[in-house]
Write a protein that binds this ligand. Structure first.
Ligand code: TYD
Ligand code: MG
Length: 494
């Protein structure tokens, strides 16, 4: 008879050890190791495969189409988009986010939407009583939604409820509050969370019900305790917000049934979350006028093109090592870009403080943002606006070359749709352009290297001043301190 194996799991990072110790070697946290009971291995051998499970089947004979068409729609377009076009039956989703970001609100609205399409939806809360959920539903105007509510934390009760309810969609809010009697550890520990998630994922696969798990997020932004749960589920979505901003981003970081990095944009209002169907407008500056230090990046998040404004401020520094501060972009990327501008174009920022910010509070990871960041930096350094009404995109290599970016057509179309009339694109992108599309309204310039970008910014400024498209904002010296430092008055939006 095999013995039940005992191991110790770090509650902070999930590392396992065969012996207890006071400190986890993997993450360095103290007192985080707890005993983890694993079921004794069952008897192996021939009998195990008697049912035929795990038999290898030829791929070409399998029909995947019905599943594809039967996605559950929540009626909330932005939510469906983030899930890759609706919730796949039999899949398990994990939604993580800071407390108070609106996870429960979002899921109640989505659950009501799915129920409205005729599906059987069960919403189980381990955090709120049924009356409290009903109160929230009333506030959201969903009091007559056909959602079944339950308040439970015991896994056994929940499984019993689910077996009788036979739902198409189950929402569990949150996985950290559940506990299984089979395990002695406290709720929220890695062992409990893993066991409960495993059971619920198994339920999803066996009954073809979709299961959505809510996961809490730790201080450093990861789903609390168990990265293990992220591996178990089919999709992981993060619901994020910037402090003091009303909009919320639902971002897919993993999706077995759709594009990762897909983005849904919402706005928190008094009566719940509203979807933002044209987010580009949200991330562009209000005035729309060209200004030194600002460039519009035509980005792509998942499958959706998204325009965002990069703003830079380059100002003479009195510090021995000038400041570099970045909001919404990678600071290592900024250092690289400054080094490339210096080495390949002879533009030195060594005696300047450099501030770079992505407007609207979005965080950009698309490598094609390099060109827009460089445009903003050069334009601030020259104190001259880049060409008016222009978008740009392209990745910058260490050699100073501009590399092509994916989905060039989609980026240009979005620019044309929002009324932009010029674009700077990587030289290789032109070949991919279709003639006659909406993007052919754009006047496209090409950049083979970073020096083309510098020339584009310079010429744009010169042309604009001639044609009166852009008026140079007034700059006034700040008194005092001995040195003449300058403050930007008309367009200081950082
Ligand atoms: P909630 O969904 O409870 O967050 P989570 O489940 O992620 O912890 O959202 C709570 C926040 O949302 C709270 O700060 C109040 C705000 N809110 C609104 O602004 N409008 C609304 O209609 C609702 C329901 C909540
Ligand atoms: Mg909640």
């Amino acid at each position: 008879m095999p013995r039940a194996a005992t191991s110790f799991v770090c509650q902070s990072c999930g590392a396992t050890y065969s012996k207890w110790s006071g400190r986890c070697d993997a993450c360095g946290e103290w007192n985080t190791l707890e005993e983890d009971y694993q079921a004794a291995a069952g008897p192996g051998g021939k009998a195990a495969n008697a049912s035929g499970n795990g038999r290898a089947l030829p791929l070409c004979g399998l029909d995947a189409a019905p599943e594809e068409t039967a996605r559950l729609s929540s009626g909330v377009q932005e939510f469906d988009r983030a899930c890759g076009g609706g919730i796949v039956p039999g899949s398990a989703l994990l939604i993580g986010g800071d407390p108070g970001v609106g996870k429960s609100t979002l899921l109640l609205q989505a659950a009501a939407g799915v129920a409205a399409s005729g599906a059987n939806v069960v919403y189980i809360s381990g955090e709120e009583a049924v009356a409290q959920i009903a109160m929230r539903a009333r506030r959201l105007g969903l009091s007559d939604a056909e959602v079944k509510l339950a308040a439970a934390t015991s896994l056994r009760d929940i499984m019993a409820t689910l077996k009788t309810a036979k739902p198409d969609l189950v929402v569990i809010d949150s996985i950290q509050t559940l506990w299984s009697e089979a395990i002695s550890a406290a709720p929220g520990t890695v062992t409990q969370v893993r066991a409960c998630a495993q059971e619920l994922v198994r339920f999803a696969k066996n009954t073809n019900a979709a299961v959505i798990l809510v996961g809490h997020v730790t201080k450093d932004g990861q789903i609390a305790g168990p990265r293990v749960v992220e591996h178990m589920v089919d999709a992981v979505l993060y619901f994020e917000s910037e402090p003091a901003r009303a909009f919320r981003l639902l971002r897919a970081v993993k999706n077995r049934f759709g594009a990762a990095h897909e983005l849904g944009v919402f706005e928190m209002a008094g009566d719940g979350l509203r979807q933002v169907t044209n987010p580009s407008a949200l991330f562009l500056s209000e005035s729309g006028a060209a200004a030194p230090g600002s460039a519009v990046f035509a980005g792509v998040e998942g499958t959706r093109p998204l325009l965002v404004e990069f703003q830079a401020l380059v100002s003479p520094s009195t510090l021995a090592s000038p400041r570099r501060a970045v909001v919404g972009w990678d600071s290592a990327r900024l250092s690289m870009l400054l080094a490339v501008l210096d080495a390949r174009c002879g533009l030195s920022f060594a005696k300047h403080d450099v501030f770079l910010s992505v407007a609207g509070g979005l965080r950009i990871v698309d490598p094609a943002a390099d060109l827009a960041a460089a445009a903003a930096l050069c334009s601030s350094l020259f104190d001259a606006a880049p060409p008016a009404n222009a978008i740009c995109f392209g990745e910058v290599a260490l050699s100073g070359a501009v590399r092509p970016a994916a989905q060039a057509d989609a980026r240009l179309s979005e620019g044309a749709k929002l009324g932009f009339c010029r674009a700077l694109v990587p030289a290789a992108a032109r070949k991919a352009r279709r003639e006659g599309g909406p993007q052919s309204a754009l006047e496209v310039s090409q950049a083979a290297g970073l020096s083309d970008l510098v020339a584009w910014v310079r010429n744009g400024a010169a042309n604009a001043t001639r044609s009166g498209e852009y008026r140079r904002p007034s700059r006034r010296p700040i008194e005092g301190g001995g040195d003449r430092r300058y403050a930007q008055t008309a367009t200081g939006r950082m």
